[in-house]
Ligand binder design. Sequence first.
Ligand code: 1CP
Length: 332
Amino acid sequence: MRQAGRYLPEFREFRTKHEFFEICRNPEMACEITLQPIRRFDLDAAIIFSDILVIPQAMGVDVKMVAGKGLEFDNLLKSPEDIDRLNCTFDIKKELGYVFDAITVTRHKLEGKVPLIGFSGAPWTLMSYMIEGGSSSTSSKAKRWLYAHPEASQRLLQALTDIIIEYLVGQVMAGAQALQLFESNAGILGHSLFSKFSLPYIRQISTRVKARLAEQSITAVPMIVFAKDAHFALEELSQSGYEVMGLDWTVKPQNARRLSGATVTLQGNMDPCALYAPKESIGKIVKEMVSKFGTQRYIANLGHGMYPDMDPEAVKAFVDAVHEHSAAMNAS
Ligand code: 1CP
């Protein structure tokens, strides 16, 4: 989940001086922001500071972070003809090489302290941002494409898939030691649309990333799939070629274990809003979560990202409780 972000005063301070995408494009700055949470908390991994929206940007959708307003989009996709004006075959290294450079710089700076995670948005989530221009409670504009223009939708999803594969392989070549794929808008699809417009591409990404790395004799890295609110597809997701399945907080740990079988590692899934609870309560919630998942084949995490008004001390309480309770469970 997002580690940096607006809940950290040092991030907010940095953001008074630099625009969001300026930080993403500057490897030294992206590295600095990546390290901020690592300095503060006893975390087991770092996630590179970037955003899923850098791919739509590189394809020609304008995405800006406007001070006091948030993300603003221009050049959105209105009809299938607009796919033709997108740049679907750009040189990844040229357009997104700044992410690779940020990964390499950060990997060096981390000096092996914790592994570095690279990431991308999954095709459907990126497609929906390119049509909706932000999050939407219904995603009706983007879902309209799936029903009214299924073939054009698949053409766009396939183009995004091809780009994402190259982008993730490039991140591993630059030094990423794990990869996370965010299908943040999975839930709105429901099972039927998910099976047709999300899952096949999620599968293609794991299969083809692994094949491309093997071809180039690069050691494979663990891959994490996080499809938010896809409680209806846990079994299929756990068999989609990823070592780790991320879970949002609505999922019952026992059900996820039962559906995902013996080989998949589970990640998640504390409700981020539990960080508003007093510290002792956070400790109790963490204890219950870790005892339900067990300490093996498990990565303790939140079930989604944090909000700007969250207290860094609550994050510390969460991280420390994870270490405390998992150590106690391992010792008993
Ligand atoms: O720890 C980190 O900061 C890691 C970098 C990271 C990651 C993994 C950021 C920085 N964004 C993301 C992923 C991301 N971005 C997702 C997938 C995960 C999720 O579901 O949350 C999504 C959907 C986005 C899109 C995005 N970027 C949003 C949500 C917009 C919406 O309403 O739908 C927002 C607010 C951003 C901006 C952003 N990205 C990252 C940060 C720290 C911020 C806030 C920046 C700021 O305001 O200064």
